[in-house]
Design a protein around this ligand. Structure first.
Ligand SMILES: Nc1nc2c(c(=O)[nH]1)N[C@H]1C(S)=C(S)[C@@H](COP(=O)(O)OP(=O)(O)OC[C@H]3O[C@@H](n4cnc5c(=O)[nH]c(N)nc54)[C@H](O)[C@@H]3O)O[C@H]1N2
Ligand SMILES: Nc1nc2c(c(=O)[nH]1)N[C@H]1C(S)=C(S)[C@@H](COP(=O)(O)OP(=O)(O)OC[C@H]3O[C@@H](n4cnc5c(=O)[nH]c(N)nc54)[C@H](O)[C@@H]3O)O[C@H]1N2
Ligand SMILES: [Mo]
Length: 766
């Protein structure tokens, strides 16, 4: 047996290979808290869902491209040679750009793909499409998009702020109280884009607890935060965090517990906050009682918590998931407003953080240098969409919409090419997405597996996994270089994306432009050489590329172990102004106010959600569904793997439900439920537990969409994909982010014979 170090988004691992076959990927010995997601690797690598050969949808092969009313997802596929696939694709790219221009090609291709600096699927596709004349791109992400758009207006660039996030070590040393909106899901921090060598969050949290730091977890679900931190659990109505924050702020104000000196020196707009809290703007005073009615947290606890926060060194952390709700911008503006009133921003152990726990790096580690990347080239097309507008764009060509102060128009898309993402995993309201996916003339998907997205394509290209190609691994917030040697031969006829795009580029006469006259090894060599001088300056002498690939991780020193967010700004705000219009924290933003968006006014506000337990709609669908990240996989990746399957109930994704809600519906633990609303329905396996608040259910994302009848409209999903239930509505016109966590459903026991899961088999071929 041979062992090789390798990397994935869930960390460095050891690939164990015998007779050319992967036996398993085991934990890296340096990792104190390795991810079990690795346990899926061997079982999903060779399964029937693996794409073995290029394939074309029958109707597309017979009739060619057609605009609108396609039958994607309903027809069998025909396996073809690579040569035939290249020919069809070259024709489609060329005719699309000649007839409709390059702005008819959508290459947004959102998704996580795999670790590795060179074989990054999205970069490969984007470079190719740029060379071919350009494409419509997407902006932002599904993760923390409101932060990406809102924060530059009110405090600064989000990526900059996360790379200077206060370290947990600072909280252990100087903090007393951590108030967590959305908890601190250690399962989420097992994942880090590009990988990491050590998973640190659990140890860092335990160190805080040992040092006497107290935790309050404001979260409809208890079990997402580790038990060992002994957090007090407050379970609000999902989507009510902004109301709760206003109630806390009202207590701080009316009991004179706010730090007026901090507010005067470092912020603008507190006067507006004050008038809003006191009800002078809308006639509603945002008292603890008012907040309690919306959040169901007792008013007295809201008041005492506000006092505890004012009298302690307090750190507020808001999980990314909390902004993935209607008006999600407000939960972040609220976090910053509250932290400003406490006046501890920039002090050790105090202040705030956004998206701690969403990533194994934030607040824990940083990269020592900017790792090299495969250059995407210059895209000559400047049309883009906010990433979550994909279905809106495909369904409404030519329609006007607003985004971050801009008036934009949706392009008329004729060709979609996806590489490294799974929109049938990540997008909301899959039944609407299915309609959107019938619009374009051609859809091409590069994939490892027969995901639902691949099943809704015209041309499907099988690509290699990280274990079948060589690469340089490095996490975007990690301090190590991780070798990624090729450890097995490609499965079936799978090819590397670089190789695929090289072939198509040649046919379009842009071969040299795409390859830069280098093969994959040549690119890797150049990237490796580029790392050498900077590494040397940090005291690390890199070996040659071959020795690295056959060797082990190379760790650098932590570049900024003592970071405290906005420390310099606090010390000298005149010398270190923020990048906001005023140079200060903007509790009222004239710029945002000037956009005139009723769904995102110029200051932190409570905007009642249309889908929540306090909305009218709860009469028809009385349970709030949260759809967070799955512990056993990364999104939809490795869903056919053994660890992912081990938690399923009769093959269905588990759904958490409170004992009272279960009892009222005659449901017992282990029952299969039909989860439904007016957008769709899916099956899921009941986990009856008081770790979830009443009237709330929790169905993780990640189960591959598996329709009972692909030809029926709004078919039942047999497997448990929450996105057949979520709404395809944005947080606001400001950021146009996903509001996935705002969804109401009803559940009932599924009494019919259980249909078999078929999405893990290959589709029908003729
Ligand atoms: N309801 C609900 N929906 C959500 C969320 C939620 O909280 N609730 N969360 C959202 C968030 S935060 C995110 S980031 C998204 C994630 O959504 P995605 O990033 O789209 O999900 P993944 O399953 O990671 O999809 C990656 C795909 O790339 C494929 N892949 C891996 N490596 C390669 C490669 O080298 N080449 C190619 N061509 N393909 C490759 C994998 O097989 C997989 O199908 O989901 C979002 N959706
Ligand atoms: N194992 C694993 N780890 C992952 C991923 C994965 O797929 N699997 N995905 C990665 C990605 S792309 C991302 S963006 C991050 C996301 O990381 P997070 O955003 O931290 O994860 P989520 O599970 O979406 O939500 C976080 C918490 O918000 C809580 N929550 C939901 N709605 C509300 C609400 O209305 N109020 C309050 N107070 N809490 C609420 C949920 O109960 C959950 O505990 O995770 C990353 N890590
Ligand atoms: Mo994400």
């Amino acid at each position: 047996m041979k062992k090789y170090t390798t990397s994935s988004h869930w960390g460095a691992g050891i690939a164990e290979v015998k007779d050319g076959k992967l036996l398993r990927v085991s934990a890296h010995p340096l990792d104190p808290d390795p991810s079990k997601i690795n346990d899926n690797m061997d079982s999903s690598l060779y399964g029937p869902a693996r794409i073995k050969r290029p394939a074309v949808r029958k109707g597309y092969l017979e009739n060619g491209p057609q605009y609108q009313n396609n039958k994607r997802g309903q027809e069998p596929f025909v396996e073809v040679s690579w040569e035939k696939a290249f020919e069809l694709i070259s024709e489609a790219v060329d005719s699309t750009r000649k007839t409709h221009g390059n702005k008819a090609i959508f290459g947004g291709s959102y998704g996580w793909g795999s670790a590795g600096r060179f074989h990054h699927a999205q970069s490969q596709l984007k470079r190719f499409l740029s060379c071919a004349g350009g494409f419509v791109r997407s902006e932002g992400n599904y993760s923390y998009n409101t932060a990406l758009v809102l924060l530059p207006h009110i405090v600064g660039d989000f990526d900059e702020l996360t790379s200077t996030a206060t370290r947990w070590s600072s909280i252990a040393r100087d903090g007393e109280l951590v108030v967590m909106f959305g908890g601190i899901p250690v399962k989420s921090a097992q994942v880090s884009p590009g990988g990491c060598t050590r998973h640190r969050l659990k140890d860092d949290l335990l160190a805080c607890r040992k040092a006497g730091v107290r935790f309050v977890d404001i979260n409809p679900c208890r079990s997402d935060s580790p038990e060992e931190i002994e957090a007090e659990w407050l379970a609000p109505v999902p989507g009510s965090d902004s109301a709760l924050m206003l109630g806390l702020a009202h207590t701080l104000l009316t009991e004179n517990l706010h730090d007026q000196a901090f507010l005067d020196t470092y912020t603008v707009g507190f006067e507006q906050v004050k008038t809003y809290l006191l009800g002078e703007q809308d006639g509603i005073e945002k008292t603890a009682e008012w907040a309690s009615a919306l959040s169901e947290i007792p008013a007295e606890r809201i008041r005492t918590l506000a006092r505890e926060m004012a009298h302690s060194r307090t750190f507020i952390c808001t999980a990314a998931g909390v902004q993935r709700t209607e008006h999600g911008e407000q939960t972040l503006w609220g976090t910053i407003t509250l932290a400003s009133m406490l006046g501890q921003i920039g002090l050790p152990g105090g202040g705030y953080a956004i998206a701690y726990g969403s990533d194994g790096g934030i607040g824990l580690m940083n990269r020592p240098i900017r790792w090299p990347a495969f250059p995407k080239g210059n895209n000559p097309v400047d049309t883009f969409i906010p990433v979550a507008c994909i279905a809106d764009m495909l369904l409404n060509p030519g329609a006007d919409y607003q985004y971050n102060g801009m008036d934009l128009t949706y392009p008329d898309i004729r060709m979609v090419w996806w590489a490294g993402g799974n929109p049938f995993h990540h997008h909301q309201d899959i039944n609407r997405l299915i309609k959107a996916f019938q619009q374009p003339e051609t859809i091409i998907v590069n994939e490892i597996n027969w995901t639902s997205t691949a099943r809704f394509a015209d041309i499907v290209l099988p690509v290699t996994t990280t274990l079948e190609r060589e690469d340089i691994g490095a996490g975007s917030r990690d301090n190590s270089l991780i070798p990624m040697p090729r450890v097995i031969d490609p499965v079936g006829e799978a090819r590397d994306e670089f190789d695929i795009f090289t072939e198509i580029a040649k046919r379009l006469g842009i071969g040299e432009q795409f390859t830069g006259n280098k093969n994959a090894r040549g690119w890797l060599e150049d990237m490796w050489q580029a790392l050498k001088p900077e590494s040397l300056a940090l005291g690390v002498e890199l070996p040659d590329l071959d020795s690295f690939l056959q060797g082990d991780v190379i760790e650098f020193a932590d570049p900024n172990p003592d970071t405290i967010l906005l420390e310099d700004f606090r010390k000298d705000p005149a010398a270190n102004p923020l990048t906001t219009p005023s140079g200060k924290i903007e509790l009222y933003s004239e710029r945002i106010a000037s956009f005139g968006y009723s769904d995102c006014p110029g200051q932190f506000s409570w905007l009642p959600p249309t889908e929540s337990l306090t909305s009218e709609r709860a009469r028809s669908f009385p349970l709030h569904m949260i759809s967070g990240q799955p512990k056993t996989k990364l999104h939809s990746q490795l869903d056919p793997g053994s660890y992912s399957r081990s938690v399923k109930i009769e093959g269905r994704e588990p759904i958490m439900i409170h004992p009272a809600d279960a009892l009222a519906r005659g449901i017992t633990d282990g029952d299969i439920l039909k989860v439904y609303n007016d957008r769709g329905a899916c099956l899921a396996g009941a986990v009856v537990t008081d770790d979830i608040r009443e009237k709330t259910v929790y169905l993780c994302t990640g189960a591959w969409y598996d329709p009972l009848d692909p030809k029926a409209e709004n078919s039942l999903d047999k497997h448990g994909n929450p996105n057949v239930l979520t709404q395809d509505k944005r947080t606001s016109r400001l950021s146009q982010s996903t509001a996935a966590h705002s969804a109401l459903v009803e559940v009932e026991k599924y009494e019919e014979a259980l249909p078999a899961i078929t999405v893990f088999d290959s589709p029908e071929f003729i």
